[in-house]
Write a protein that binds this ligand. Structure first.
Ligand SMILES: Nc1ncnc2c1ncn2[C@@H]1O[C@H](COP(=O)(O)OP(=O)(O)OP(=O)(O)O)[C@@H](O)[C@H]1O
Ligand SMILES: [Mg+2]
Length: 234
């Protein structure tokens, strides 16, 4: 069975073709935002996973001890992506601390305005041609991110369904359900990760038992009912 490519992925393809180099992918968990950011369209990819503990040094770089009392400067992912003209993936951007968010304003600024000064050597770095940024977040309201950061990203696409290529590893009877995510009887969205785990567990045990392990007795019941509905006609 072939699935039509959902609108959100069609939109992303158009945006990529147009050469837009600042994109936010947002929306529910497990739909393939990070996968797309890492694997679509850029050969050199640097990834930042934002947590509140991520430091500015882990974004642009830091001096690190190399023994014998010596220190050496090591570029961070953002600066490496600048130098290579590659892609910077800023994963889970909403989790970044205020300091890192401020730094991201500088590191994602429009080419032409972006400039980084080495703290000790005075070296000036500008993003090489081709530098692009994809940020991901589960936020539904992007207005929760700083205005100036949003302004640097003219395109934000809500990824609400997996890409058809993301369900191919599943057993055929699960693919349609995994594509839609919101199952008719299921109390909540069932993500691609959950389907993958269900498929794996189901290969070694009864389907009911697999569903119960993953989502508890009550949810398992409605999940299995939903699956039955989604496989009608297969
Ligand atoms: N097109 C695809 N091809 C192969 N695997 C995929 C594809 N899309 C998603 N996956 C797999 O599905 C899982 C969930 O995808 P991913 O981590 O990209 O989701 P996400 O939208 O970033 O979720 P979250 O918001 O929770 O971070 C991962 O294991 C990923 O490798
Ligand atoms: Mg992700």
């Amino acid at each position: 069975m072939e699935f039509t490519v959902p609108q959100c992925w069609q939109d992303l393809e158009l945006v990529e073709k147009a050469g837009i180099d600042r994109v936010i992918l947002y929306g529910p968990p497990g739909t393939g935002k990070t996968h797309a950011a890492l694997h679509r369209g850029s050969s050199w990819v640097e990834r930042l996973i934002c947590t509140e503990d991520l430091t500015a040094g882990e974004v642009t770089g830091a001096w690190i001890p190399v023994g014998d009392g010596k220190w050496s400067w090591q570029d961070g992912p953002a600066l490496r992506a600048w130098r290579r003209g590659g892609r910077l993936v800023v994963d889970e951007v909403d989790r970044a601390s205020g300091d890192v968010l401020s730094l991201l304003l500088a590191m994602t600024d429009t080419d032409g305005s972006a400039e980084w000064h080495h703290p000790t050597t005075g070296e000036v770095v500008r993003p090489a041609r081709g530098f692009n940024v994809v940020m991901t977040t589960n936020l539904e309201f992007l207005a929760e991110l700083p205005d100036a950061l949003i302004d640097r990203f003219p395109v934000a696409i809500r990824i609400d369904q997996p890409h058809p290529s993301g369900v191919l590893h599943l057993s055929p009877d699960l693919r349609a359900a995994a594509m839609s995510g919101s199952l008719p009887e299921a109390p909540r969205r069932v993500s691609l990760r959950m389907f993958t785990a269900f498929d794996r567990l189901r290969s070694t045990m009864d389907a009911r038992q697999a569903a119960e392990i993953l989502m508890g007795e009550t949810n398992a019941e409605s999940f299995l009912d939903s699956l039955k509905i989604s496989t009608v006609g297969l």
